[in-house]
Design a protein around this ligand. Structure first.
Ligand SMILES: [Zn+2]
Ligand SMILES: [Zn+2]
Ligand SMILES: [Zn+2]
Length: 495
């Protein structure tokens, strides 16, 4: 039996408005505007018949040159990765210090083994209680440890290691008593905790904290100043996402950022109407404002998640429809939990299963990974590169930590993000650009580099799959994106 989402039926026409692809003119206007505010002068986004839209060079580029940088619209670090790296929840740069990064990770790895699996709900009650705690003896350090129960729910590959490092040494790393040699050269911004009091989100700066609060976190914060209607429901939603698929967390960010944009637009409209002293000003909860708030999301290519998700290898094709139905049910459960936490009647179409499925499908189809290299890796490489005597001396301190961290010492920040410009780029098996982080790119932005010379007017393409795979394998993978590649390489190999 297929579950029916009542909002899908009641608001069918509003939802179809929301999910209709924007017209070529709207696409053009939106991206011209985005490109000019971001000053990405080297490119243009143009509608193109076959695939909807594409990115075109507006300058000549040489091999290895930066084509553009793309700021995230929304993004989130993978839950399991939160154990490995402490990053700014808005721009995803590493924060704290080399010592804190290493100490925190060893600490959490240790907990992963020693902590028993108490009921998850108990764990979360404990967190929300702890959030209001003010008597911490060492503010920053203490609060960084407070959310370990939550992190423990994030199954990490690394947390399964047996951890035997002395706890007091780990703690002195975290609270700044133990300074590692040469770590000053890898200084990181001190963590700024979320002003909502959740103890979950940390930032590299006050401006990132405020920007995230305004964008989406004020509705998704589980702290005491949260603007969600029910913090317990929010915690249940997050717990469900952590246990099933953390793509729901990014989808929740899309919904809450749309609601917050809607409220801002409405406030501006009311103000303008008041100025003109028009009667009947309150009736602005209409679909046009919601569509305006939704515009950045409307630009992303979308299909229903349960229709476009690739069938996992271990699912037999005869079970395909049951599998897709299960995915739909999972999304419905997640959506009900989210709805209990942040529902807004004026933005009701956002809470339909149809909309939710399309938001998640947008991430599935655009497949954009968020990656930021770790300064911990750089630090150990630096130590390894020191002249012999200095290296010997430094390693007496650092080697035990490196051993305790194991092979995963270089794990980078990993997550999912929606990059509006990169998501307009079409695929080619012989692409002329690729997403590649340079030495200086240390935050969540996507960086697109030319793989060869690109001339003005030429389309800029990337490969969605490993372009060195044989033709059949490429075509099979690309079928998941819903198209058949007709790039020069495919055409040549087909004949
Ligand atoms: Zn930041
Ligand atoms: Zn918060
Ligand atoms: Zn191809």
């Amino acid at each position: 039996m297929e579950t029916i989402c009542p909002i899908d039926t009641a608001l069918a026409s509003e939802i179809s408005h929301l999910l209709t692809s924007p017209s070529p003119l709207q696409v053009q206007e939106y991206f011209d505007n985005l490109i000019s505010t971001r000053k990405c002068h080297g490119i243009k986004v143009k509608p193109n018949g076959e695939f909807g839209k594409g990115v075109y060079a507006d300058l000549d580029f040489k091999k290895g040159e930066l084509v553009f940088k793309d700021q995230l619209l929304v993004g989130a670090q993978h839950c399991s990765n939160k154990i490995d790296c402490l990053v700014c929840s808005f721009c995803f740069c590493f924060i704290g210090s080399i010592e804190l990064q290493i100490g925190r990770r060893l600490y959490l790895q240790g907990l992963g083994v020693s902590m028993n699996h108490e009921s998850d709900m108990e764990t979360f009650k404990h967190i929300s209680k702890d959030c209001s705690k003010t008597d911490s003896y060492d503010g920053e350090y203490d609060s960084l440890l407070e959310n370990h129960d939550n992190l423990e729910n994030c199954a990490s590959s690394s947390s399964k290691q047996i951890f035997t490092f002395p706890k007091d040494v780990v703690e002195s790393l975290m609270n700044g008593e133990l300074i590692l040699p040469y770590s000053k050269q890898f200084s990181l911004p001190p963590p700024v905790p979320c002003a909502g009091g959740c103890g979950e989100a940390y930032y590299c700066s006050k401006s990132c904290a405020e920007a995230d609060w305004e964008l989406s976190h004020s509705l998704l914060c589980i702290g005491e100043r949260s603007k969600s209607s029910c913090r317990e429901a929010l915690i249940k939603f997050m717990q469900h996402a952590n246990e099933t698929n953390d793509i729901f967390l990014v989808a929740a960010k899309v919904i809450s950022s749309t609601i917050l944009r809607y409220r801002k637009l409405k406030a501006t409209h009311l103000k303008e109407d008041n100025k003109c002293a028009k009667p009947n000003v309150s009736d602005h909860s209409d679909i046009s404002l919601l569509l305006e708030a939704w515009k950045p999301v409307s630009m992303g290519h979308k299909r229903r998640w349960w229709d476009c998700i690739a069938l996992p290898d271990d699912v037999d094709s005869s079970d395909e429809s049951a599998f897709r139905m299960q995915i739909r049910e999972l999304a419905f459960t997640s959506l009900q939990l989210l709805k209990a936490a942040i529902f807004d009647k004026e933005c009701e179409p956002l809470f339909s299963l149809e909309t939710y499925g399309h938001i998640i499908g947008m991430f599935e189809l655009n497949n954009l990974d968020l990656v930021v290299a770790s300064p911990v890796e750089d630090y150990f490489l630096y130590i390894d590169d020191l002249p012999y005597t200095e290296k010997q001396e430094a390693e007496q301190v650092t080697q035990p930590f490196l051993d305790a961290l194991g092979d995963d010492y270089s794990v980078c920040c990993q997550g999912t993000g929606f990059f509006p410009l990169q998501s307009c780029m079409n695929h080619s098996c012989c692409p002329n650009a690729k997403a590649f982080k340079r030495e200086e790119d240390r935050d969540g932005q996507a960086t697109l580099i030319a793989l060869g010379p690109i001339s003005k007017g030429e389309e800029v393409t990337i490969s969605y799959v490993d372009e060195d795979l044989p033709l059949e394998e490429r075509q099979a993978l690309l079928a998941d994106y819903g198209f058949k590649c007709k790039c020069p390489k495919c055409l040549q190999e087909e004949t």
